[in-house]
Design a binder for this molecule. Structure first.
Ligand code: GSH
Length: 206
């Protein structure tokens, strides 16, 4: 059994998608980040950076519980644990990892700043909006180009796709017209047609 500390955000969705795709048994512990649950000492023991998602795998590699925070590290852990969606061939693994890190370092943090300044900030700051919308557009162009002639971002369907999809689903918040990125549009349609993805995205927590 895997305990998932979760709220229904893009970083949370990555892990429910992976757990559903991998057929792992899990239970959700809601961490309401709007009410500062993420700062509770018990949660900080698991996730010292005070952010969701985090997991505790009751059956860790040494037969004891293990906790993991940071969505990229969780995806890699689950991929290694199950041997699914995370190739063992080194060349294929590097391919997946570079796109996973591309998401973790860019197509997440930059889009998060975009959401903040473009949608949630009480003050409209044109410089900040332009900066993050432009960076978002650059990242969508990179993804669009990578998807020319291939269904998934790095070979077969992988944890890298599970990391990217939830952020691309928020394109309307980001000043993105999907028609400008036709391969990303097809990619979103392809991935959201998967039953496991639909099940994960239908979970209503947060
Ligand atoms: N790099 C982290 C980012 C996680 C993250 O930003 N989580 C947000 C929700 S999507 C959060 O918990 N925010 C609460 C806070 O910042 O206090 C990861 O990928 O796991």
């Amino acid at each position: 059994m895997i305990d998932l500390y979760y709220w229904g955000t893009p970083n949370g969705h990555k892990i429910t998608i992976a757990l559903e795709e991998m057929g792992l048994e899990y239970q959700i512990f809601p961490i309401n980040i709007l009410e500062n649950d993420q700062f509770q000492p018990d949660f900080l023991n698991i996730s010292p950076n005070n952010k969701i998602p985090a997991i505790v795998d009751q059956n860790g590699p040494r037969g004891e519980p293990i906790s993991v925070f940071e969505s990229g590290a969780i995806l890699q852990y689950l991929g290694r644990k199950t041997g699914l969606f995370y190739p063992t061939d080194e060349q294929e693994r590097v391919e997946v990892e570079q796109w996973l890190m591309w998401q973790m370092g860019g197509f997440g943090p930059m889009l998060g700043q975009n959401h903040h300044f473009n949608k949630f900030a009480s003050e409209r700051i044109p410089y900040a909006i332009d900066r993050y919308v432009n960076e978002t557009k650059r990242l969508y162009s990179v993804l669009n180009k990578q998807l020319i002639g291939q269904k998934f971002v790095a070979g077969e369907y992988s944890i890298a796709d599970m990391a990217i999809l939830p952020w691309a689903l928020r394109y309307e918040w980001q000043g993105i017209q999907l028609e400008d990125y036709p391969y990303v549009k097809d990619y979103i349609e392809r991935l959201t047609a998967r039953p496991a993805v639909q099940k994960a995205l239908s979970i209503k927590v947060g």
